[in-house]
Ligand binder design. Structure first.
Ligand SMILES: [Zn+2]
Length: 471
């Protein structure tokens, strides 16, 4: 408070002396921001189970490339801060980043929970992250042992410490900066929803839509020296396939290309609406490199081209949004058991809950956030794994320009389907998975209702208006 009072007093003084409006200083885009970046290696020291494929035969047996978490801290001219954390993990469950981590970050840096975004790259060659011994033991992987479950929880606690320290270092690094942005295009994502007579199956479908946008935020010193690059791609990080060695997958290779192109910059990858998209072809670490380098080259092309300046202020709004789940009878759930996809697997879990005398939930509360960078850029941070349709829907709702739609933020509970995907069924219609158990909410499992789409789009629209109205 003292700081901002002093700052506004100083700007009034400058205005009186120079006779210019107080906003004049921010016209060139150089003055309004401060930015700081930090990186930490999060490769596990002990072998853990890698999440994403259940047919691996044990804990990881090697490291193709290290995984990391990166943070970008921003501060606008009014001293309001926001921090984006991007990590090579399958997902951030709310239980990992709310409460303890966010509370400790707020204590150390003054950045409150609603000004933190935790984005996971969704690499399937990253470790299981969990604080709940039961969930870890029972759900994650058939090869999970008590010993590995304990190592998982030790790793997760250490990860929490690392995240608190990472954000602290990024905030301590805040220095004057200039922000600009532009969007590129990529053909890394290919839809994996192929309609067959028996239903939608998970196979490449080049004819179905994907979100091919590559949003790029460039952060430079006032003199133009590289500080950070934030970039996005809407595609599963599964190019390395089911290999049992740690890798950041294609986002890591893309970051390496960008950091070599702009020495001194920290590159952050934000996963987008890639719930229903895979890189093709895929299955080897070489293919992860090929896709990553192609994406990295596109980001470099965008960085070298004309970018639009991004001014402040940084206004944010966020809410826990009740995402509606279908309320189904036992007979209706049984109807899913012969589906040719993971909906059958999910239905079995739902029946297990009923058999144990439990009740199935009618909604799942998930965090949705909108960050507005003045009038220049809006970042919609969706939770879960949004399918490509959300990028289209939100461009229709908020306007196609100056919009960055990201997914895999703050709570990864499973896929976030559109009404169309719910109606068609298939892998991305499996709803909330058992992972959400670790939030201590009991058996959280169920298929989303079609109207989940309207609930999400309305929430983003409302939050964007709310953020705009904030001073
Ligand atoms: Zn996924």
């Amino acid at each position: 408070m003292m700081k901002s009072l002093r700052r506004s007093a100083a700007s009034i003084l400058v205005t009186l002396l120079v006779g210019l409006p107080a906003t004049r200083a921010s016209d060139d885009g150089a003055v309004p921001w401060k930015a700081g970046a930090a990186t930490v290696k999060i490769t596990p020291e002990r072998p853990l189970i890698l999440l994403g494929y259940t047919d691996r035969n044990g804990p990881f047996d090697g490291v193709s490339d290290d995984i990391s978490a990166r943070a970008l801290a921003l501060e606008d001219a009014q001293g309001r801060r926001g921090v984006i954390v991007a990590a090579d993990l399958v997902g951030f469950q709310a239980a990992i980043v709310t409460d303890v981590v966010a509370g400790r970050i707020a204590e150390r840096t003054g950045v409150p929970r609603d000004r933190l975004i935790f984005n996971a790259s969704h690499t399937h060659t990253g470790p299981v992250v969990s604080l709940d011994p039961n969930t870890t033991l029972n759900v994650a992987h058939p090869a999970m042992t008590l010993e590995v479950a304990e190592a998982t929880i030790t790793y997760t606690r250490r990860l929490q410490d690392q995240l608190v320290d990472l954000v602290g270092r990024a905030v301590a690094d805040l220095r004057p900066a200039r922000l600009s942005w532009a969007t590129g295009r990529t053909n890394v994502p290919t839809s994996r929803r192929l309609p067959k007579p028996e239903g939608v199956v998970m196979l490449p479908n080049p004819n179905a839509p994907v979100d091919d946008a590559v949003p790029v935020l460039r952060v430079d010193s006032p003199e133009g020296e590289p500080r950070a690059v934030v970039f996005g791609c809407s595609c599963h990080a599964v190019a390395a396939g089911g290999q049992n060695a740690i890798s950041a997958d294609y986002p890591g290779y893309a970051r390496a290309v960008i950091e070599a192109h702009r020495p001194g910059a920290t590159a952050l990858f934000l996963a987008g609406c890639g719930g229903d998209a895979n890189p093709e072809p895929r299955g080897t670490i070489e293919q992860a490199r090929t896709h990553g380098e192609a994406l990295g080259r596109e980001v470099c092309r965008v960085l070298d081209g004309p970018l639009a300046p991004v001014a402040g202020p940084l206004r944010v709004a966020s809410a826990q949004v009740d995402l509606p789940l279908q309320v189904l009878s036992r007979e209706q759930i049984q109807g899913y058991l012969n589906r040719p996809n993971f909906q059958a697997w999910q239905a079995r879990h739902m029946l297990e809950v009923l058999d144990a005398g439990g009740r199935l939930p009618s909604h799942y509360a998930a965090p949705v956030a909108v960050w507005r960078f003045g009038d220049d850029l809006t970042l919609a941070a969706l939770p879960g794994e949004p399918v490509a349709g959300y990028a289209t829907l939100l461009r229709e709702a908020l306007g196609p320009d100056r919009l960055w739609v990201s997914g895999y933020n703050n709570d990864c509970f499973g896929y976030l389907p559109t009404a169309k995907v719910v109606a068609e069924g298939g892998h991305e219609a499996i709803g909330v998975t058992l992972w959400a158990w670790s939030r201590g909410l009991g058996p959280m499992v169920g298929f989303f209702e079609p109207r989940v789409q309207d609930v999400v789009v309305d929430a983003v629209r409302r939050l964007a208006a709310e953020a705009e109205g904030r001073r």
